[in-house]
Ligand binder design. Structure first.
Ligand code: MN
Length: 276
């Protein structure tokens, strides 16, 4: 299934060209829902809510996907964890000595997240700022010291993410945490829809020209391995986002650009670019 947040962060079920406003029906008995992220509440309670989804779908308001404003699929996750240098060809293009196996991870500020159709605001006119196309996943339940062979029990689903990055020598966290530097979307596809996350095609275009094209089979540390390594350090929680790193082909973006990413079996979205 495909779940999205849309308009005023309502929870929608996406089916083809249509989006069903299921959140209002699913959480009709929970007045506190107004103060929570409906996506995280869905994720936390998915096992018990699952059976009701089709039932509420039939009584939910329906919109065209093209008529709603899609939002980032988790409004503000507890953690946004990112893998540095996780493809060999990207390691080579950046002349990096180490890969994810030595570097581990970095955290991005969750306030950097924006949704489809929004605008990446570049803070510097005189510094190179790049797009990074990334396959990301969403944690389903508390995960601590999880082994790679059990890791998919802790995945809720998959989504698209751009890890916008100022090049330079500061810590990654600083260079990647500016407001608007993490476009995410267009929705979350639950894990059953992608039987093998280690074989997913994706690409990114700038103004229609292909800049990055890759398959997750080339990841150095795959989804399962990242969960093992990261859950050894910290408890992963429902709604946490982990992004797997960018393949080769990163390049600068500038005012006026339209950056679009597409992942097979997930979907596509586009963002604009401006100077602050
Ligand atoms: Mn990245």
């Amino acid at each position: 299934m495909k779940f999205a947040l849309f308009n005023d962060y309502e929870l929608g079920l996406v089916d083809g060209e249509r989006i069903y406003d299921i959140g209002k029906q699913l959480f009709v008995h929970d007045p506190a829902i107004a103060f929570k992220c409906k996506m995280v509440e869905l994720i936390k309670n998915y096992e018990s809510l699952k059976a009701r989804i089709n039932e509420v779908k039939s009584i939910s308001e329906i919109y065209r996907v093209s008529d709603v404003r899609l939002r980032q699929p988790v409004s503000k996750p507890g953690k946004l964890i990112a893998a540095p240098v996780n493809y060999v060809l990207h390691q080579q293009e950046m002349y990096q000595e180490f890969t994810v196996e030595k570097l581990g991870f970095f955290l991005k500020a969750t306030t950097s997240i924006i949704g489809p159709g929004e605008t990446v605001m570049l803070p510097y006119r005189d510094r190179r700022t790049d797009h990074e196309l990334e396959f990301a996943f969403v944690i389903s339940k508390n995960a601590k010291n999880v082994k790679a062979e059990d890791a998919y029990n802790y995945v809720f689903g998959y989504t698209g993410l751009m890890d916008i990055t100022v090049r330079g020598n500061e810590e990654r966290c600083l260079r990647k945490s500016f407001d608007t530097f993490t476009p995410m979307g267009p929705w979350i596809v639950t894990k059953e829809e992608i039987d093998n996350p280690d074989d997913v095609n994706m690409h990114l275009t700038v103004n229609g020209e292909i800049r990055q094209k890759a398959n997750t089979k080339d990841l150095i540390s795959n989804v399962a391995k990242l969960i093992e390594v990261y859950s050894h350090v910290m408890t992963l929680e429902p709604g946490d986002i982990i992004t797997t790193g960018t393949p080769e082909g990163v390049g600068p973006i500038t005012e006026g650009d339209k950056v679009r990413m597409e992942i097979d079996r997930i979907g596509a979205f586009e963002v604009n670019v401006k100077y602050c």
